[in-house]
Design a protein around this ligand. Structure first.
Ligand SMILES: [Zn+2]
Length: 311
């Protein structure tokens, strides 16, 4: 056999091995286990968290687009009676303080989501801290807890995003819902390979990071006289109309269809919620957005009209 034949054989062998490795990696779904051997009193808590963690771990990886190239690791959550911090993630291990869980059982469930994000992130050392923590809290609060954007803390100062965590999470949420949809995935991808640069924000939006923070503060600043107007938002099939009792009704073809309570009002939009269906909408001047756990979708396009709500 000549040199070219050998090369062809080696190439085939290599491909077969790679397909085999890929099959092994994908056939095994990564799991999360919780080790309560040192804190048996928290077994009930662990049993309630385990299905949530196993449901959300692959989901977080999908939302962060982190699956390709690196298979997910099995994760062990250790409930540690001697851990002095609250919670931390190192490689495939998550450590949570037993004492803190006992004092904050609800909060600690969501903290597991935050730490699972760190496991998926798996960034090389030295990445931007406010983004690492901001992305973890974005998935915890905006996605897992479905917290409305106006509820995120927004310190009124330059570069407030450097406060990290929940503050940075709200900023990322606002970027996702308007100026830069998909930016969290993009940031995550850049951070994972150690290639994040602040210019990513400018490339996506045409605005620098500091300017975007100011835009965010301005957008969410309430208008003092807004509560009176607007009252009707019209689209091709119907309208959303403000009712005298302070709720909103969606009309379709002239008939009332759904009722919403108003949950937030800013200079840019009014946010309404249909609690029984757990649906939240944002009425803005050019469109109505559906705010779901996976992001923001435009539902209708239309506009405010000055007419008062009389049906
Ligand atoms: Zn963290």
């Amino acid at each position: 056999m000549n040199r070219a034949d050998w090369k062809a054989i080696l190439r085939t062998l290599w491909r077969t091995a790679m397909v085999g490795a890929w099959t092994l990696a994908t056939a095994h779904a990564a799991t999360v286990r919780i080790d309560t051997s040192k804190s048996p009193q928290l077994k009930t808590w662990a049993d309630s968290v385990l299905p949530i963690a196993n449901e959300w771990y692959p989901r977080l990886a999908n939302l962060m687009a982190a699956v390709e190239g690196r298979p997910l690791l099995d994760v062990t959550i250790r409930i540690d009676p001697n851990f002095k911090g609250i919670a931390a993630a190192y490689g495939p291990y998550i450590q949570i303080s037993a004492d803190w869980i006992s004092r904050h059982p609800e909060d600690s469930r969501a903290a597991v989501i935050h730490e699972l994000v760190h496991t998926v992130q798996d960034y090389p050392p030295g990445q931007v801290g406010w983004l690492t923590e901001g992305i973890a809290d974005y998935f915890r609060y905006a996605i897992y807890e479905a917290m409305p954007l106006p509820d995120f803390p927004r310190p009124d100062k330059p570069q407030g995003y450097l406060d990290s965590y929940k503050v940075a999470a709200g900023f990322l949420f606002w970027l996702e819902c308007g100026p830069a949809p998909g930016i969290v995935r993009q940031l995550n991808a850049a951070l994972r390979v150690g290639q994040y640069q602040e210019t990513l924000f400018t490339d996506r939006t045409g605005r620098g990071l500091r300017d975007l923070w100011n835009d965010y503060l301005t957008a969410l600043r309430p208008l003092p006289n807004l509560p009176q107007e607007p009252k009707v938002w019209r689209h091709a099939k119907g309208s959303f109309e403000f009712q005298p009792n302070g709720t909103w009704t969606e009309f379709e073809n002239g008939k009332p269809k759904w009722n919403f309570i108003e949950t937030a009002r800013t200079s840019q939009y009014i946010e309404v919620m249909d609690r029984p269906r757990n649906i939240r909408l944002r009425l803005t001047s050019p469109m109505v957005q559906l705010i779901s756990k996976t992001g923001c979708d435009t539902l209708y396009t239309g506009a405010w009209s000055a007419a008062s709500a009389t049906k």
